[in-house]
Design a protein around this ligand. Sequence first.
Ligand SMILES: Cc1cc2nc3c(=O)[nH]c(=O)nc-3n(C[C@H](O)[C@H](O)[C@H](O)COP(=O)(O)OP(=O)(O)OC[C@H]3O[C@@H](n4cnc5c(N)ncnc54)[C@H](O)[C@@H]3O)c2cc1C
Length: 484
Amino acid sequence: MKRDIARLKTEDFDLLVIGGGINGCAIARDASLRGVKTALIEKDDFASGASGKTTKIIHGGIRYLEQFNLNLIYEALHERGILLRTTPRLVHPLEFIIPVYKGDPRPLIMMRTGVFIYDMLAGKSNIHCHRPLNKDELMLLERDITSKGLKGGVLYCDAQMDDIRLCLDNAISAYQAGCCVANKVEAEGFIKRDGRVVGAEAKDTLRGEKFAIRAQCVVNATGAWSNRLVWADEPHSPAITRPTKGIHIVYKKLPVTRAILFSARKDKRILFVIPWRDYTLIGTTDTDFKGSCDEVYATSDDVEYLLNEARRIFPDEQIDKKGIITTYAGLRPLMNTQGVAPWKVSREHFIKESGAGLISVVGGKYTTYRRLAEQVVDRVILSFPRKRESIKKCVTAAQGPSSAASAEGMRSLIERAVKEEMANSLTDLLARRLQLSNSRSLGLAELEESANIMAGLLGWSTAQKESEIRAYKEEARKNTACLD
Ligand SMILES: Cc1cc2nc3c(=O)[nH]c(=O)nc-3n(C[C@H](O)[C@H](O)[C@H](O)COP(=O)(O)OP(=O)(O)OC[C@H]3O[C@@H](n4cnc5c(N)ncnc54)[C@H](O)[C@@H]3O)c2cc1C
């Protein structure tokens, strides 16, 4: 992927997509594959927002059954089937167990019935049918969870994904289809002609240069940041998103082979303990967030809440802060609904168009990104009445994103990340291309060597290299500051 600022400055695009999370990357990919001349800009890095901070599950969402949101579950389960089929290297089946204990807010019958309906809704795209478990059967499958007060449970199947790589691969695939892609380019405002949005005022944050990008249609896919661009277009319009924070703990490997879904005692929310690589993920929280969307970290209260709830399920594991490798936090770009608890806000996505024609994406789940992208591009096409015949059909339900060529060894991996995957900071490399920031070393063991190789490839001065190292260490510190 070549970061082609000259092209961004000089060409007229059909479509400009702002935001390189999963939604923006997928919209850019879908549009480019259909022959729409597209540009994609991201102010930081692909998957640096919510799309790199998820629970990493592709799922219908068992908990939406309680809200009778059957349409969302049906759509998400259908999308789960498509992703398992088209992108098997990044999305694979994962078994979940729901143990139900005396005093749990959701009775066993409710959980079993719920999973039965879940399987029914999946229909042909079901992975395998659920299995009710009595107490002994459950303890045979997961012998290290507590049996105290256990009434029984149920086993069902969803999927686990590599959220960061899936997002990156969508960006790469968009580029391969002709999209002009650039990270470290921020949209600061809009260009308008006759009251219509016809491009964006942008800033290359690597060089500080400002320039205009011209496009017939502009999509705001900036997730939790969406309100800023909505207000740049229409200063007095209401907020479209209500960002809520979710954190995860990356914990040392707990003795579970399947994911465990259980109800929190404190607030009845559904929580997960999930085997992930050499570790266990414990998540997540869901709290309203009023701070800067660029500074989102776990607090010690967030961590205590999750540890307390997990401790109940694994009383023999002495779960405490000492077992935590690190934490990560992200913002859900939920639709702005007031008067309900954050975890009760709908996870459906919506497409909104302003009076000036700015199309904004609101809400949604990672799982349904492909469908969201298809719907947005269908909508975008309506703004090109003269071109409509030449635009091809959506192919993403049959064709998953491709990946960059494989590489082995630290130097080759770094060369690939820099030359083919647009890594231009040490954090891009270690946190997202190599995904080492959530490993035991936090990427710090690999820091010096990586910085030296990157400096050579990108022509960094010694001062620039030192500043990159400092920035990476600072991010690692902020993710673990809640453990002090
Ligand atoms: C804790 C947590 C756990 C979750 N777990 C799951 C899960 O397991 N499964 C699931 O299906 N869903 C999950 N979700 C939901 C899912 O992560 C989101 O719905 C999805 O990632 C949103 O993607 P996005 O592209 O809209 O937003 P983001 O990924 O946040 O992308 C927006 C991007 O826009 C960029 N940007 C902002 N302003 C500008 C600008 N002015 N110019 C250029 N770029 C800009 C940002 O830098 C950012 O990269 C989870 C969410 C959270 C927070």
